[in-house]
Write a protein that binds this ligand. Structure first.
Ligand SMILES: [Zn+2]
Length: 328
């Protein structure tokens, strides 16, 4: 198995993944193991020990289907060069503020339309199953996204829509776990992880099940004074409320400033790189921003490893990434 920690720069990565055969071999070995220990699993029925055909494809003895190494990865359905896919994954994972399709197209020499397609495919990976539960201290907060009003002519704007309104803006709900990582010097360093979702509204019936799904019972949940959060104690949380209305923004450790830092990170990514986002794609941009936030203390090679793992359908928890790079 190749050591992914060597890919600490675009240069190191492209020197290694310089032909289709190497990319192919890496995908096969990462999915199914190396040499005698290789066990090809059928992507259709899950049966182990599929046979290798002479043409390089595989055959399942159980469901009798033939398949290529790409089936079940994001590279399925495309004939684009894997070398370019690998470069794209590296560039996308290392640009902390996002990369536009124009820029990506120029960097790897594909058309802007192709680059857009690759970005969309990769963006879908961000949302995949990083459903790690949060515990300890968790800040919860809602924001209303939609600068669309800004671009409209005054006469076309919806009246009385400043601030919280779902008439023109889309509510987004976020949770942030205050955590820490052990840095290279062996010291604890503050870190935080986020989950965020587009929601239909910010009612109790919408928000509390999401908290119930992602936050472990017994945790301390910090929110603002929105009524939707009433009753969190009954769900087994220690509930602390920050009263923004009375300009009380921080009381000891009781504040929601950390998650507000995430919201401004998200807004900067949208305004700086993607300009305007339709409601239809909002969740995928949120997923990208969450991904960048949650991986911000990883090295280039760790982030690339994580993205590569996702591209072939392997999902690792954030906390496991630092422990073993692609270790089986
Ligand atoms: Zn099968």
């Amino acid at each position: 198995m190749i050591d992914f920690s060597q890919f600490d720069s675009l240069f190191a990565m492209t020197m290694y993944f310089n032909c289709e055969a190497i990319c192919r071999q890496t995908i096969i070995e990462s999915r199914w193991g190396v040499g005698e220990n290789q066990d090809v699993v059928c992507p259709y029925c899950g049966k182990h020990h599929c046979a290798t055909r002479k043409d390089g494809r595989f055959r399942c003895n159980h469901c009798k289907r033939n398949f290529s190494f790409k089936v079940g990865t994001i590279f399925e359905d495309t004939n684009l060069s894997l070398v370019k896919w690998f470069m794209a994954m590296y560039l996308i994972s290392s640009h902390k503020k996002g990369i536009s399709s124009c820029q990506l197209g120029r960097d790897i020499r594909v058309t802007q339309a192709t680059a857009w397609y690759m970005l969309q495919k990769i963006r879908l990976l961000y949302g995949q199953n990083d459903s790690e539960s949060f515990d300890g201290i968790v800040e919860c907060d809602e924001v209303y996204i939609g600068g669309k009003e800004k671009w409209k002519h005054k006469s076309m704007r919806t009246p009385h829509t400043q601030g919280r309104s779902t008439k023109t803006k889309t509510p987004v709900f976020g949770m942030m776990e205050r955590s820490f990582i052990i840095n290279d010097k062996g010291e604890e360093e503050p870190m935080s992880y986020v989950h965020a979702f587009v929601v239909g509204n910010t009612n109790k019936d919408t928000l509390q099940p999401i908290i119930g799904q992602f936050v472990v019972e017994g945790s301390t949940v910090i929110t603002d004074e929105l009524n939707a959060y009433n009753g969190l104690c009954k769900m087994g949380y220690s509930h602390e409320v920050v009263n923004h209305g009375s300009e009380e923004y921080a009381r000891g450790g009781i504040f929601t400033n950390s998650i507000e830092g995430f919201w401004s990170h998200f807004r900067r990514m949208i305004t700086g790189c993607y300009h305007n986002v339709s409601d239809e794609h909002l969740q995928s941009y949120i997923d990208e921003s969450v991904y960048r936030w949650n991986t911000r203390k990883m090295s280039e090679s760790e982030r690339f490893t994580h993205m590569f793992a996702k591209s072939i359908g392997l999902v690792r928890k954030w906390s496991e990434i630092r422990v073993g790079l692609m270790a089986a």
